[in-house]
Design a protein around this ligand. Structure first.
Ligand SMILES: NC(=O)c1ccc[n+]([C@@H]2O[C@H](COP(=O)([O-])OP(=O)(O)OC[C@H]3O[C@@H](n4cnc5c(N)ncnc54)[C@H](O)[C@@H]3O)[C@@H](O)[C@H]2O)c1
Ligand SMILES: [Zn+2]
Length: 361
């Protein structure tokens, strides 16, 4: 499955026809769907809903009303709020109640419009209501466009931890409309670029300098390939965790003051250094990790206050750390999961990283 530029779907009455959109197919048998990427991508929604044969829709949106896409069918609009505090089972329950009062059936469709927190929450509600109703995601942050809305994982948080309750539920389509990004604060751009930066080491090649819609399309195409090979997270999908083992630890060590993409960026620089220390890649490739992360204006050094022993403890507790301290690392055959990495080597590699005071405003 590759990203192909093609003219967008059927023209929509009253809406300008978008210029060429990138379309990435996610071939998962009867759960296959397409991701439409580019300026104006939300205007293909009525055509997609019509093709599904859905007669009614619930549109759950965290964006202002005038940014909501047309659906072409009778629609209940439910306002939502992005953010981790609302990514809860209570929010899922509230949505399902509204679906029930509207009389939503499995022949109808749910549409999510918002950041990754909203696509995750609405996706989980859609997976549960009537044991599953169709959902279409319209992600509005860069991070949600390149990552959260793609791949069919949905989840909400518990007081005990993030993303602890979820389901696999593939959407019927994803519309990554880059017009939404026009209002995105700087910090949310860097958050998304953290995920894009690490794509270079998991198979997209160098994306620097490409228009943002092409960078999104390439990141989505690679994630789609990986998801198709490993829909249920039994193997290859761990590649997506490039830079994430340290990244998650840094997010937690800073009490989430460091955003996910920022943690991943620093984790990517670290992954390069660790792969170098293990003799898996040469100095030039190690340096490339730093250069790519710097290119996107992302942080590259450890937080000044970080305690290395604490970071290692947090990495040991990472839910994906099933084989001692394990990391996805670059190597002669590309990235792969490397288990049982010596703790002392991890500690000296961390100690060799520069420290940086992060602008967390
Ligand atoms: N399901 C998955 O596979 C997957 C993958 C990666 C991340 N996630 C989840 O995604 C979430 C993070 O997503 P996020 O970074 O989008 O966070 P988010 O949903 O909290 O949005 C971040 C901020 O951007 C604002 N925002 C959203 N769209 C905007 C726009 N167009 N203009 C201006 N501001 C806008 C929001 O109001 C919010 O303040 C996390 O909960 C994470 O667990 C899920
Ligand atoms: Zn991530």
């Amino acid at each position: 499955m590759h990203a192909s530029a093609q003219q967008a779907g059927p023209p929509v009455a009253g809406a300008p026809e978008p210029a060429a959109l990138h379309v990435v197919d996610v071939p998962l048998g009867e759960r296959s769907y397409s991701v439409h990427i580019g300026a104006g991508a939300r205007s293909v929604l009525p055509g997609i809903i019509a093709a599904l044969g859905a007669r009614r829709a619930v549109l759950v949106s965290a964006r202002p009303d005038d940014w909501n896409p047309e659906t072409g069918v009778e629609t209940l609009v439910l306002p939502a709020r992005d953010g981790e505090p609302d990514k809860t089972l209570a929010a899922v329950g509230g949505l399902c109640s509204r679906f029930a009062r509207f009389g939503l059936t499995r022949d109808d469709v749910v549409v999510s419009v918002g950041g990754g927190t909203t696509t995750d929450t609405v996706g989980l509600a859609a997976s549960l209501f009537h044991r599953g109703v169709p959902v279409i995601h319209v992600p509005t942050t860069l991070l949600a466009q390149v990552d959260a809305s793609i791949g069919g994982k949905t989840a909400v948080n518990l007081p005990e931890g993030k993303n602890l309750v979820g389901a696999y539920w593939q959407p019927k389509a994803v519309l990554c409309d880059t017009d939404y990004l026009g209002t995105l604060p700087r910090r949310e751009w860097t958050n998304g670029y953290g995920e894009i930066a690490r794509c270079m080491f998991i198979g997209t090649g160098d994306l620097r300098g490409l228009p943002v819609s092409e960078q999104i399309a390439a990141s989505v195409a690679r994630k789609a390939e990986i998801v198709v090979a490993d829909e249920r997270d039994a193997g290859l999908r761990h590649l997506l965790n490039y830079g994430h083992t340290l990244g998650h630890a840094l997010e937690r060590a800073t009490d989430y003051a460091l955003r996910h993409g920022e943690g991943v960026a620093i984790g990517t620089v670290f992954a390069g250094r660790l792969a170098g220390a293990l003799g898996r890649i040469d100095d030039e490739r190690v340096a490339e990790h730093l250069e790519v992360v710097e290119h996107y204006g992302l942080p590259t050094g450890l937080p000044e206050s970080l305690d290395i022993a604490e970071a290692i403890t947090l990495m040991r507790r990472d839910k994906k750390a099933t084989r001692g301290l394990s990391f996805v690392l670059d190597g002669p055959a590309g990235a792969e999961l490397v288990g049982d990495v010596e703790e002392s080597l991890v500690a000296t590699t961390l100690a060799g990283m520069p420290r940086q005071s992060h602008d967390l405003a």
